[in-house]
Design a protein around this ligand. Structure first.
Ligand code: ZN
Length: 695
């Protein structure tokens, strides 16, 4: 939308800007951070047409506006909330707002309408509309300056030092308003000295020093960058030239609000693949010795195969080891696979399974510490920082979910809001009151919340930027719907299972096309579920895991039943951690239908590609008297899609399913939102064939 190329500016002979490049996309909030005298104000003045640049280009929506005057810039959609507010103290709040619309020559109705809009955003201004602006507090004057700029309904809002000179509480309030503006689609250029605040409120940022851009990138990445952090904190040193460079550039003057914030890096560093493999081999050897010496169950299995700890000389020797299954866990109830004495066990968790005995897992303190650390890593990979507020809407109790989300959140230093599942009213109230920025739940719960927020018309007051969801497969269309209804929130699929510590054993990265898993904590094999032999690289198969440092209940070649595939090569996000695809389903929940094996996820995928089809569906399987199987799909139309389109949609879906899965299905197209929404996992497959058989 806005593009600045190689911009230079002079005050007389003194050069103030040196070839600045900057870009702002539609709907983005971009922060321009720098100390006093770094050139921020000069850049803003060039943009507004208040200073003529001595070189370079500025273009707005593709149009060259380099030498446009201020009045024209306002008409083109730029509005400035200036440093120091500059409200007219002898005029009332209302009169100040009316001034904001004068260059636009609005009708009286339109002007009144816009004032109401501003009052809706800033209720305090409404209360004080007749008061003289000079008698307002600093925070209220700031609101007035922003409100006045919004009167122009700007396509690009320029905020110059909105927190300057304000108390921390008032700063919170101002930034919460900036969050809301940003969430409702206003494009914002935020100029701030308060680096931490500006970075946490923006999508991307430019750091300016001595008239030059010295760093730029995604704000969450910059906020986590150890070099920048040490520069902000003034810890420049000779041994760290980059930090010295930033320090010398004056960035060390930047105020940081939470100087003691956690800045531990949870992403491990391995020089190369060989280094990771050496770590893994040591872990595997340790695990085999630990279980051989600590667990009668494992010892018995090893003895049957003549395996001793010395049998493991390379990672390939993993294939000599016996498998562990859910049955082993159930048979060993109540403390299966326990490999340490009870005095070392500090907690147990159990799976929420409904069939047979629960799977119970033992944890030592080290197990909990490891879990906490790699869960913090999951949050870090999703860009969560200590400035986030994480609303946790997954279950707390004997199962692992809530605990994991909680421990990891506290470890990264973010604020946890532990609500647990359900409680939609409380969830929404907390989203509004606490201005939570991250929401953790199942995909079904996220969809339920998204629809509810939309229904109640509070979407523009919600500040959720990221949704971390797990324990359930989700189709592309479901993800899209959740993200849209949450105002463009970024979704991160998190993996995990109780047997393997709990959630947080891997997470989607910012590239959004894979799951990075923690190869330093467990080994991943992808095997053919029938033959239990490795599948060719990159093909789908069952995930089998072996832990590398788990003490309480270690896992050796544990069959998770989850279906995924390995993704070779390095990710565009830059992380060296290995990756797999999102979980496609479970090897025991494939539908066997007329001799064809179908994963429910392949139905997801097909439905996601047909425009006009919603994200929710059910698969009903029945068997007729002749013993023939039938599949009936109940599929919701997308929101606002008319039933008149049924024949056309029906044709397209049936055709695609026939073409891609080679089966014929009956199709019921039903109204949007008519299938039940669940706070837990939505049941999608209803297999009534077995009952039919019993009858
Ligand atoms: Zn990645």
């Amino acid at each position: 939308m806005l593009k600045i190329n190689n911009l230079t500016a002079h005050y007389g002979a003194a050069q103030a800007l040196f070839g600045v490049d900057l870009e702002i996309g539609q709907g983005e909030t971009v922060a321009l951070v720098g100390a006093n005298g770094a050139g921020k104000s000069t850049l803003l003045k060039c943009l507004m047409g208040l200073i003529k640049p001595s070189g370079g280009h500025i273009s707005l929506n593709g149009k060259n506006v380099t030498h446009t005057n201020p009045a024209q810039m306002v008409r083109l959609g730029l509005a400035l909330s200036p440093e120091g507010r500059e409200v007219f103290g002898h005029l009332s709040v209302l009169e100040n707002l009316q001034l904001g619309a004068i260059p636009l020559k609005l009708s009286k109705t339109e002007s009144t309408h816009r004032i109401e809009d501003v009052f809706r955003r800033f209720p305090k201004l409404k209360e004080r509309q007749q008061q003289l602006s000079g008698t307002l507090s600093g925070g209220e004057q700031q609101m007035l300056a922003m409100g006045r700029a919004l009167m122009a309904k700007p396509t690009l809002l320029l905020l110059d030092e909105p927190s300057l000179g304000l108390a921390p509480l008032i700063t919170d309030e101002i930034f919460s308003i900036i969050h809301q503006l940003s969430r409702t689609g206003t494009t914002i250029l935020l100029v701030e000295q308060n680096a931490a605040r500006a970075l946490s409120a923006s999508d991307k940022a430019y750091l300016l020093a001595n008239g030059e851009v010295i760093e730029q990138g995604q704000s969450s990445a910059l906020l986590n960058d150890p070099i920048l952090r040490s520069a902000f904190l003034g810890a420049a040193s000779d041994s760290d030239p980059a930090a010295s460079r930033l320090g010398a550039a004056g960035l060390t003057n930047i105020r940081l609000e939470k100087p003691n914030m956690q800045q531990q890096n949870f992403i491990p560093h391995f020089e190369n693949e060989a280094a990771l493999k050496a770590h893994q081999l040591a872990g595997l050897q340790w695990t085999v010795r630990h279980t051989y010496e600590g667990s009668a169950e494992y010892r018995e299995k090893f003895d049957q195969l003549n395996i001793t700890p010395e049998s493991i000389q390379s990672l390939e020797d993993l294939q000599k080891l016996p498998f562990t299954t859910a049955d082993d866990l159930r048979q060993g109830y109540p403390f299966p696979l326990r490999s340490v004495p009870f005095e070392q066990i500090v907690r147990i968790h159990a799976s929420s399974g409904t069939t047979g005995k629960r799977k119970v897992l033992c944890y030592t303190q080290k197990d909990l510490d490891d879990w906490t650390d790699f869960f913090a890593r999951s949050y870090q990979m999703a860009g969560v920082t200590s400035l986030d507020r994480v609303q946790i809407a997954v279950g707390y109790g004997v199962w692992t979910a809530g605990m994991g989300f909680q421990l990891g959140c506290e470890k990264v230093g973010a604020m946890a809001v532990p609500v647990g599942p359900g409680n939609i009213d409380m969830q929404i109230q907390f989203l509004l009151d606490f201005q939570s920025t991250v929401f953790c739940s199942t995909a079904s719960m996220a969809l339920l919340m998204a629809e509810e927020i939309h229904k109640r018309g509070v979407a523009d007051q919600i500040t959720i930027k990221k949704i971390i969801y797990g324990s359930e497969r989700s189709s592309r269309s479901m993800r899209k719907k959740i993200s849209e209804l949450f105002g463009g929130a970024e979704l991160f699929d998190i993996t995990g299972l109780t047997e393997l510590y709990g959630p947080g054993t891997g997470i989607e990265c910012s590239e959004h096309d894979c799951i990075h898993y923690w190869g330093d904590y467990y080994l991943l094999e992808i095997l053919d579920p029938e033959t239990l032999q490795p599948v060719p690289e990159g093909e789908w198969g069952e995930m089998v895991v072996t832990t590398l440092c788990k003490e309480g209940s270690p896992l050796i070649r544990y069959r998770t039943r989850d279906i995924t595939r390995r993704i070779p090569g390095q990710c565009a996000c830059g992380s060296v951690l290995p990756r797999h695809s999102r979980i496609k389903g479970r090897s025991d929940d494939t539908i066997k239908f007329r001799g064809v094996n179908i994963y429910p996820s392949s139905i997801d995928t097909i439905l996601s590609t047909v425009p006009g089809i919603g994200s929710e569906y059910q698969i009903h399987l029945t068997r007729d008297n002749a013993g023939r199987d039938h599949m009936r799909l109940k599929v919701e139309r997308a929101e606002k899609v008319d039933a008149k389109r049924n024949p056309e949609l029906n044709h397209e879906v049936s055709h695609q399913i026939k073409k891609q899965l080679m089966v014929t299905v009956d199709l019921d197209l039903i109204e949007y939102a008519s299938l039940p929404r669940s706070e837990k996992k939505s049941q999608r497959v209803f297999d009534n064939r077995i009952e039919d058989e019993i009858v």
